[in-house]
Ligand binder design. Sequence first.
Ligand SMILES: NC(=O)c1ccc[n+]([C@@H]2O[C@H](COP(=O)([O-])OP(=O)(O)OC[C@H]3O[C@@H](n4cnc5c(N)ncnc54)[C@H](O)[C@@H]3O)[C@@H](O)[C@H]2O)c1
Ligand SMILES: [Zn+2]
Length: 385
Amino acid sequence: MIVHVQKIVVRHAFPVVFTRHLFAPRNRALRDAVARAGGARRHRCLVLLDQGVLVAFPDLPDRIQAYFDAHAKALQLVRAPLALPGGENVKQSAAPVRRMLAALRAGNICRHSFCIAVGGGAFLDAAGLAAALFHRGVRLVRVPTTALAQCDSGVGVKNAINYGGSKNLLGTFAPPWAVLNDADFLEKLPLPLLLDGVAEAVKVAAIKDAAFFRAIERAAPKIRRRNLPVIRRILQRCALLHLDHIATSGDPYELGTARPLDYGHWAAHKLELLSKHRLSHGHAVAIGIALDALYAARTGLLAAADARRLVATLRACGLPIYAPELSRAARRGRLAVFAGLEEFRAHLGGELTLTFPSPLGSRVEIHAVDAVRMAECIAALAAWK
Ligand SMILES: NC(=O)c1ccc[n+]([C@@H]2O[C@H](COP(=O)([O-])OP(=O)(O)OC[C@H]3O[C@@H](n4cnc5c(N)ncnc54)[C@H](O)[C@@H]3O)[C@@H](O)[C@H]2O)c1
Ligand SMILES: [Zn+2]
């Protein structure tokens, strides 16, 4: 028997830019990101656009066209931006991804061309999958337009659509070519969509950065009043923490059984589905964080006072800590949300591994959940004053 162990080292580097007026002709962020590819020729680009963004910014296609006209030496738009409905529906079937693939094909996008996706986290997840599949992967520039996408989903290395009633079951790991965060897109976001991003910020602060958590705690009244400069700073810090985790955790492709950034997510993913997506991802995450904070306190992992601070901060920001779906019974009286534990385990494979804050600002992994104690925590959240 001959065993040859082949090592392959692949390095990725992609810019994550925080800017404003991304499509103003004088803004060079997009041009520079694309031109990083080098070569004298013009770079072919297809723009995929979340329809929700188009509704909020009807002049966006014209502004994109004007940008490409101004940078015509470097950039070529292969067609007018293709707008498709965004939100969770874009992930619920393969049809939108197929339409994106058809547009990539019709536009003759090759592995040296660019797919530029402009939209919320759901839209970017679907567009990212299309870009990763086409020609086994074409260059993807993400332009995240929601708070959650700018601070979390849009800066990472994953994409996915839902399948067979499970969240994110079909997807790939595919680092983007560049991420361009334009704060102007946040201007028209309703408060709940801004809070979705704040929920992910509370999550990452609770397990990685106690000082950041205190900053969010102090800022909560301003967040609730929709103070955009304060929210922007929090989103930026959250994005950098996510990026740092992906770069330094040693497991960017989640080959292990742990998924540290998914604190609170086993319940959140299940709640999204149980609520038929009435609960947004971020709001479901807030509930998941609150639940696991109480559980961590009940099992001695987290000081009870810190669990209360976590719950209080979420509420002070205007985020929910409970939804009736948490208490919904499934077969034999078992709570329906508990199926989320097995689904979470199956998604990563191997042993169940959940991340909890312990102490606040750091994390610990556990491999089993006591259903009785967890149910007590759900009851406590239901009765929370
Ligand atoms: N890939 C990852 O690593 C990762 C991580 C976390 C979350 N996610 C996914 O992200 C999704 C949630 O994303 P989201 O919170 O961005 O919400 P979303 O993408 O569902 O968008 C919500 C709504 O806002 C609209 N919208 C987008 N930008 C807008 C703007 N600037 N102004 C007005 N409306 C706008 C959209 O059209 C949509 O109707 C979930 O599917 C979740 O699973 C993925
Ligand atoms: Zn999340």
